[in-house]
Design a protein around this ligand. Structure first.
Ligand code: PBG
Ligand code: ZN
Length: 328
């Protein structure tokens, strides 16, 4: 064999295989999405998201304490209002007695080391289930939408969130939120993570079950990106960098690794997040249950792909399992 044909000598040992990575998963890279509901005593399993639950505020300590002990560093909170009246502008989103604001305050108090991000969107709180404010004809009304999203983000920031993460995809919301944070003395205290390249994906199904946030009519195609859209995704990433985002996110992760690589190239000086969404998690778990592969091996393979593409943090429902697996 020709000298230059032989590669196997370079990765025949478990350790030399590890050295092939530019970046390896650590606990610091994991952000755990959790669902907080308005029944304070709830612990309700979500059938389409096996192993995940909706939690009431009174159950958070028991739920999170063992994870924090294992090295949980950050969470992203999603509110699931089940009893409150919803309206056109998502009034309950920033109710001071609502589950997200209560959870921010409680987690800060109970677990001061935990970094708290909050998803910011209206769909869980609007009567129509869309992510913004609508005109009478059902189309998006962009300016009031961005203003309302910024108002909600500011409320979460004031309640003590370390990071606000708008997932609504309304035009102009990043700059509106950044302005609101700065004008309220929080510009240097709160991180703005933009769901920049968020695609209109089939993989959000279990999340919409979990959060009760499916739109009551139409779909989200006029604000979430078409799955075929590489150019639009690149423009969205560049726009959000220009509007003051501190972290860029690509979502979902696995079918969009090329977009992650593009984001790493377009925004090399920023942390880059990927959201391994509910449908990706459910798919990986279902495949393991069907005997297609070993769950842990596949979960690691999925994150290795995401890191290889260029991410520096991953939002994943596998976080509790990774905290165990990374200790093995
Ligand atoms: C709502 C939101 C969604 C997700 C995060 N925030 C769903 C959607 O846009 O319909 C998806 C997360 C997941 O599937 O895990 N703006
Ligand atoms: Zn939404």
């Amino acid at each position: 064999m020709d000298i230059s044909s032989v590669l196997q000598g370079g990765y025949q040992h478990p350790l030399s295989r590890k050295w092939q990575a530019k970046r390896t998963l650590t606990k610091e890279m994991l952000m755990y999405p959790i669902f907080i509901t308005d029944d304070p005593d709830a612990h309700v399993d979500i059938p389409s998201l096996p192993g995940q639950s909706r939690w009431g505020i009174n159950k958070l300590e028991g739920f999170l304490a063992p994870l924090v002990k294992k090295g949980l560093k950050s969470v992203i909170l999603f509110g699931v209002p089940l009893t409150c009246p919803k309206d056109g502008k998502g009034t309950p989103a920033d109710d001071p007695e609502g589950p997200v604001i209560l959870a921010i305050k409680l987690i800060r108090k109970l677990f001061p080391s935990v970094y708290i991000a909050t998803d910011v969107c209206l769909c869980e709180y609007t009567s129509h289930g869309h992510c913004g404010i609508l005109h009478d004809d059902g189309t998006i009304n962009s300016v009031p939408s961005a203003d309302r999203i910024a108002e909600v983000a500011l409320s979460y920031a004031k309640a003590g969130a370390h990071c606000v993460a708008p997932s609504d995809m309304m035009d102009g919301r990043i700059k509106t939120i950044k302005r609101a944070l700065i004008d309220n003395g929080l510009g240097n205290k709160v991180t703005l993570m933009s769901y920049s390249a968020k695609f209109a994906s089939s993989l959000y199904g279990p999340f919409r079950d979990a959060a009760g946030s499916a739109p009551s009519f139409g779909d989200r195609k006029c604000y979430q990106l078409p799955p075929n859209a590489k150019g639009l995704a690149r423009r969205a990433i560049q726009r959000d960098v220009g509007e003051g985002a501190d972290i860029i996110m690509v979502k979902p992760a696995m079918p969009y690794l090329d977009i992650i690589a593009d984001a790493a190239e377009l925004a090399p000086d920023y942390p880059l997040a990927a959201y391994q969404v509910s449908g990706e998690y459910a798919m990986i778990v279902a495949g393991a249950r069907a005997g297609v592969y070993d769950l842990k091996t596949m979960a690691f393979e999925s994150t290795e792909g995401i890191l290889r593409a260029g991410c520096t943090l991953i939002l994943t429902y596998f976080t509790p399992q990774f905290l165990d697996w990374l200790d093995e």
